[in-house]
Design a protein around this ligand. Structure first.
Ligand SMILES: [Zn+2]
Length: 311
């Protein structure tokens, strides 16, 4: 009898230990970055609030903004991750010309698809809120993450039902030069609210919501550099970015075909004067590196004209 009781107790202890081990191992199954290789793999989708027939990955522009009542929830739209391939972010590279340096010919960073939740990006608009053409010539806006790449990518992959919380870049560059594709280039990433670009022909911004200030988001390609560990604060400088980051950034910007004078920073376009990013960025060195790569149109910001309502 006593032996049987001891047997049962041992069995219970063994089962509990196995259960505990299973829970612990389960939580370690997805180390920091592993989930980003397969978009959507780690995200627990929230309850579907409303099923939309609009594909968040359609290449078409939206005709013009539809103004929502403040506080209206953006519906949750599930994206079929198996449909998203690298070609949704950039076209295959053409054969580089023989005249290029060996580095520029052969440089290829690690590329990872880390698609944002559909609530964190939108269509580019064909017309602005007052009906004027809204697709201005594209610009590149550079940022830094301040936190780690992992925490930024997790933020973009989280469903944000309210406009004020929605945020994204098109692309993020990790400390080792890895290029993470977050939002397709023909879509509007939410990288710089209340912003304006001062170009050769004056100031450029698009108002897409009459209740909000204009911004550059409708014609911008937002790229963010992962901040070094000593920059996770609000000081004005830090130790800067790695050589791999500059190289991947130059490689990437060259593929947008956007000229040097339309490459800018969040600090320069921000109208609130509260943004400093990217801090400690060596612009002159970056531009000289950029010009060692061939300009192509592999990354195309143009969306297709909307099918409805355009005469
Ligand atoms: Zn920024």
């Amino acid at each position: 009898m006593r032996r049987r009781v001891i047997g049962i107790i041992s069995l219970v202890i063994l089962s509990l230990t196995m259960l505990l081990l299973a829970i612990l191992l389960g939580s370690k199954r997805h180390p920091q970055l592993a989930g980003f290789e397969t978009p959507g793999a780690d995200v627990q989708p929230p309850r579907v609030l409303q099923v939309s027939m609009t594909s968040p990955l359609s290449k078409q522009c939206a005709l013009k903004p539809v103004v929502k009542r403040p506080g209206t929830k953006t519906p949750y739209i599930r994206i079929d991750a198996s449909q998203v391939t690298l070609s949704r972010f950039r076209q295959p590279s053409p054969e580089p010309p023989e005249t290029l340096s060996e580095t520029a010919r052969s440089y290829t960073p690690r590329e990872v698809i880390a698609l944002a939740d559909a609530s964190n990006f939108g269509d580019r608009y064909f017309l602005d809120a007052s009906g004027k053409p809204a697709l201005l010539n594209p610009i590149v806006v550079l940022h830094e993450t301040v936190g780690s790449a992992t925490s930024a990518l997790n933020l973009f992959r989280t469903y944000h039902p309210y406009d004020d919380d929605q945020v994204s870049y098109h692309t993020l560059i990790g400390r080792d030069g890895t290029v993470f594709y977050v939002v397709p280039p023909d879509k509007r990433a939410y990288g710089a609210g209340n912003s304006v670009f001062s170009g050769n022909s004056g100031t450029e911004a698009v108002r897409t919501n009459p209740q909000m200030p204009p911004s550059v988001n409708n014609f911008a390609y937002h790229i963010s550099l992962e901040t070094p560990a000593d920059g996770n604060n609000n000081r004005s400088t830090h130790s800067g970015y790695t050589f791999e980051q500059y190289q991947s950034l130059a490689w990437l910007v060259a593929k947008t075909g956007i000229p040097d004078d339309r490459v800018t920073t969040h600090r320069q376009v921000d109208r609130s004067r509260s943004r400093m990013d990217p801090r400690s960025f060596d612009t002159a060195w970056f531009i000289s590196l950029l010009n060692t790569f061939p300009r192509t149109n592999e990354i195309d910001l143009r969306c297709l004209p909307p099918t409805d309502g355009v005469s």
